[in-house]
Write a protein that binds this ligand. Structure first.
Ligand code: FES
Length: 79
């Protein structure tokens, strides 16, 4: 089991498109935050797919400790 590492202790604001699938980095090792660049290979972690219903700004978790998976739930404020 590999623990995720915090990429940053704050979310990433991203303008998303409706119906497009985004692969959120769960391991914290990607150089393309907040999305996967394959750096999880060799860990037990995998990216999380997220497909928004509507276009707009989403806040993807940067601390990798959110209980809502790809999206920030405020947990970073407790780290
Ligand atoms: S950035 Fe991870 S919970 Fe907010």
């Amino acid at each position: 089991m590999t623990d995720p590492v915090a990429a940053q202790k704050a979310p990433y604001a991203v303008e998303v498109e409706a119906g497009k699938t985004y692969h959120w980095c769960a391991c914290g090792r990607s150089a393309a935050q907040p999305f996967c660049d394959g750096s999880h290979k060799g860990t037990s972690l995998a990216p999380v797919a997220h497909t928004p219903d509507k276009a707009g700004t989403l806040y993807f978790c940067g601390c990798k400790a959110s209980r809502k998976g790809a999206l920030c739930d405020g947990t970073h404020k407790t780290l």
